[in-house]
Design a protein. Structure first.
Length: 262
């Protein structure tokens, strides 16, 4: 039975470890050229928003309607709002997990211990934020591998700048590339941890009913992440024109992908 979850788990693991790519990119790209990053973040937001409203919530409604034929819509709506509330609570108790100032001007602070501390706090915060993303990727992939691939791709894209946000302050504080990359590596490991929790929950409850309950909050979390983190950061790394172009490109890309794969 566990064989069917191997690919969803692998996809979640790879999406999480995209933070390592950000760690490596820190040392090979010009940090003052942020246009591609801006478009990429907007692209990721477009993919996640489109999938949430057109595929994931629809899937949740279909699964829930089998068990709750008269009020499945309200249950899905409640789950969607619950996902948003969970994401808001994480933001309340955990500081903003990407400091765009470090992306633009990593040399702005002369006190190395402060920079290192900022990098450590950023790493911890990213690790906690990545947990629900891992849960989302795994649950969606376990239900529909085609949609799961798109979600994993979108999350991987936005994990890259998170890896950069961790690696830059650590590297500038210690001068050690290995340490910077290591920090970016372990921050991504909480995503497969989220997948393990998702696997446990799916097997603990009635699979189809529970997946229906879980998909709606997953959509809420993804929409909140897109509007609260990806689009604002895309704007800060470039401008609103680049952010919107990335957003529209992501929507068009995933729309066409679903048509070809569907």
């Amino acid at each position: 039975m566990l064989e069917q979850y191997q690919l969803p788990f692998l996809m979640t693991l790879l999406a999480g470890l995209a933070t390592v790519i950000g760690g490596f990119i820190t040392f090979i790209i010009k940090r003052d050229n942020m246009k591609a990053l801006s478009i990429g973040l907007g692209f990721s937001a477009g993919v996640m928003i489109f999938l949430s409203f057109t595929e994931i919530l629809q899937e949740a409604n279909e699964l829930l309607s089998k068990y709750f034929p008269h009020n499945f819509g309200w249950i899905a709506f409640g789950g969607f709002v619950l996902g948003i509330l969970v994401a808001i609570l994480i933001d309340i108790f955990i500081p903003d997990h990407i400091d765009s100032d470090f992306l633009k001007s990593p040399d702005k602070c002369e006190h190395k211990h402060k920079i290192k501390r900022a990098g450590f706090i950023t790493a911890v915060a990213i690790a906690l934020h990545n947990f629900p993303e891992g849960l989302a990727t795994f649950v969606v992939s376990a239900q529909d591998i085609t949609i799961g691939i798109s979600v994993a791709l979108a999350i991987a894209i936005h994990n890259i700048p998170e890896g950069i946000a961790v690696a830059i302050p650590i590297y500038h504080a210690t001068g050690k590339k290995r340490m910077a990359i290591w920090y970016s590596f372990w921050t991504g490991l909480t995503e497969p941890l989220g997948a393990v929790i998702g696997l446990f929950l799916i097997n603990l409850f009635m699979p189809q009913m529970f997946v229906g309950f879980l998909l709606a909050p997953v959509a809420g979390i993804m929409v909140y992440i897109s509007f609260d983190t990806l689009l604002p950061l895309s704007h800060e790394c470039g401008d609103w024109h680049l952010a919107i172009r990335g957003l529209i490109s992501g929507i068009i890309f995933i729309y066409l992908s679903l048509l070809f794969l569907g």
